[in-house]
Design a protein around this ligand. Structure first.
Ligand code: F6P
Length: 558
């Protein structure tokens, strides 16, 4: 058992927590007229306002002492030096090299990886430009109009989220679709209106063994060959058709060849890139196809800016460190189980899902790096939806429920459209929500409001408890000028490093994901028992047997 509770700094934080709980955000803002200036930071066009948190300067001082004691900076430096900090998979963690625009070398096992990164980027550039300009065409000589990325988890969520976020920049590129779910409906609905002659498939899988992706990839190949059969006049045609319409992004050349994709059509990356950190690698190919290679590079440059900040800024000014410390403050000291991501940006609709994998697959661990059980809460449940939609769905619980849910608001000053009324309403709602959460409405205020409506005393008394907003519900607001590729890159790197900092504080390995294995093993056992006409299943627990027999009975029917 690893305990943090025994640390003197932990106990001092617990004592301090008791003091903080005796105050509220109204009081904290009253005490410090410059609270916003004291509790916010900027990097380029990004502003991070963390003044609406249940913290004082003393809270941050103590949390920073914790970070120092837990040697967060040392682990960061080891990660950036290419050490094998992913201890259970014995791998380096160097996604930062993918967006290293400094000209400095970055090494794994003493070998500079930057030349390989440059070659992979050049491969992406040539291919994405050839497709976008029409220099590379489909089998009939027509330009590619549609790209279907087949992948799941990190091979889907990152590129899908970024492609949606940068949609305003995608006017001249092909339409890019993402198929991830093994539910055949996903592929069927995606392919329904597509023309095989003008469709490019990207099979994206780090391992090239992920069951869902391989099933989808095989079905896509069948669809393609069947839809283009009139132009196939022999085995050689099949090979050239596949070569023109199927590319792979993977670290596993053997499996890619086995599938029938030539190594020349394979975009590489490396085992030191974790799946959920891979959008910066060749896994970002659909992004480059959608918005152009130059903008993909701007995305990398934006991330690099945050990487440099994370690498060099002292703990006191380090934005990812600050957000990571706040995450630990709420999860481990104030009892928050979840964290809401609330982008007031429709283009960031997929951000909560992306952050779910980033955070929950990284820090959803209950043993430390040495394999000992931890006695403190680790990664939170991450969830969310765009504002203002969420306001009309789940914000009630945020404002008046019994749970403490720290929130991230994200909002841009300049929209991608010219509809000023829409944007003013969006901004006003965003700022109003974080203020309402923080400062609430006291009983006296609620009473005065009810009385001003001319209600009788008994009606006021009856309604009063329902009209009070407790306030002191914390949030960070991340505001930026404009959601362009550079800003998006900076923002995503901020979250990646925040997750790293939290994992380092908890001494857990944020870079493995053994928790997804058991379900995969069981699925392999269950699968043969779903064959039509299978005998009644008795080999599992009663519930699994019952469910299998229920669906098998229906599957046997016409
Ligand atoms: O869900 C587990 C996982 O291994 C993720 O970590 C990964 O992003 C996803 O599956 C897809 O893996 P691959 O890219 O190898 O198909």
């Amino acid at each position: 058992m690893t305990t943090l509770r025994g640390l003197d700094i932990w106990q001092r934080l617990e004592t301090h927590r008791d003091d903080i709980q005796r105050t509220d955000l109204r009081g904290l803002f009253r005490q410090d007229a410059e609270r916003f200036e004291h509790f916010s930071g900027r990097l380029g066009d990004l502003l991070i306002d963390y003044s609406k948190h249940l913290i004082t300067k003393e809270t941050l001082r103590l949390l920073r002492e914790l970070a120092r004691q837990r040697q967060v900076e040392a682990l960061r430096d080891r990660m950036l030096a290419g050490d094998r900090v992913n201890v259970t998979e014995n791998r380096a963690v160097l996604h930062v090299a993918l967006r290293n625009r400094s000209g400095r070398s970055m090494s794994v096992d003493g070998r500079d990886v930057m030349p390989e990164v440059a070659i992979a980027l050049e491969h992406m550039r040539q291919f994405s430009e050839a497709i976008r300009t029409g220099a590379a065409t489909g089998f009939s000589g027509l330009r590619m109009t549609d790209v279907v990325n087949i992948g799941i988890g990190g091979s889907d969520l990152g590129p899908a989220m970024v492609t949606e976020a940068l949609r305003p920049y995608a006017q001249e590129g092909p339409r890019v679709h993402f198929v991830s779910n093994v539910d055949g409906a996903h592929l069927t609905e995606t392919l329904r209106d597509l023309n095989a002659a003008t469709t490019l498939f990207i099979i994206a899988s780090k391992t090239f063994t992920t069951e869902e992706t391989m099933i989808n990839a095989r079905s896509a190949r069948e669809w393609f060959l069947s839809a283009s059969k009139d132009s196939l006049h022999g085995a050689a045609d099949t090979t050239t058709h596949i070569a023109r319409h199927f590319v792979a992004v993977s670290t596993n050349e053997r499996e890619v060849r086995q599938f029938g994709i030539d190594a020349a059509n394979m975009f590489v990356f490396w085992d030191w890139v974790g799946g959920r950190y891979s959008l910066w690698s060749s896994i970002g190919l659909p992004i480059a196809l959608a918005v152009g290679f130059e903008r993909f590079v701007q995305l990398l440059e934006g991330a690099h800016r945050m990487d440099e900040h994370f690498r060099t800024a002292p703990i006191e000014d380090n934005l990812p460190v600050t957000l990571g410390l706040l995450g630990v403050w709420y999860g481990d000291f104030l009892g928050a189980d979840s964290h809401a991501v609330l982008p007031y940006v429709q283009y960031l609709e997929r951000l909560p899902a992306f952050l779910q994998q980033l955070d929950m697959e990284s820090n959803g661990k209950r043993v430390d790096r040495e394999g000992h059980r931890v006695d403190y809460p680790t990664g939170p449940i991450v969830w969310g939806a765009p504002g203002t939609n969420g306001q009309h769905a789940f914000y009630q619980l945020l404002h008046q429920g019994t749970r403490l849910v720290p929130c991230d608001f994200l909002v841009g000053a300049q929209p991608h459209h010219a509809m000023a009324e829409h944007h003013e309403s969006l901004l006003a709602n965003c700022f109003a929500q974080s203020a309402a959460l923080a400062f609430g409405k006291t009983e006296a205020e609620a009473r005065a409001e009810l009385e001003s409506q001319g209600l009788a005393a008994d009606a006021v008394a009856r309604l009063l408890p329902h009209k009070v907003f407790p306030g002191s519900r914390p949030s960070t607001t991340i505001a930026y000028r404009h959601l362009d590729p550079t800003t998006l890159g900076t923002l995503l790197a901020l979250y990646e490093h925040k997750v790293f900092v939290m994992g380092a504080l908890w001494n857990i390995n944020s870079f493995d994901q053994w928790g997804v294995e058991l379900g995969k093993q069981l699925a392999r056992r269950i699968r043969p028992q779903l064959e039509r006409g299978a005998a009644p299943v008795t080999s599992h627990d009663g519930s699994t047997n019952g469910l299998l027999n229920f669906v098998n009975a229906f599957r046997a029917l016409p």
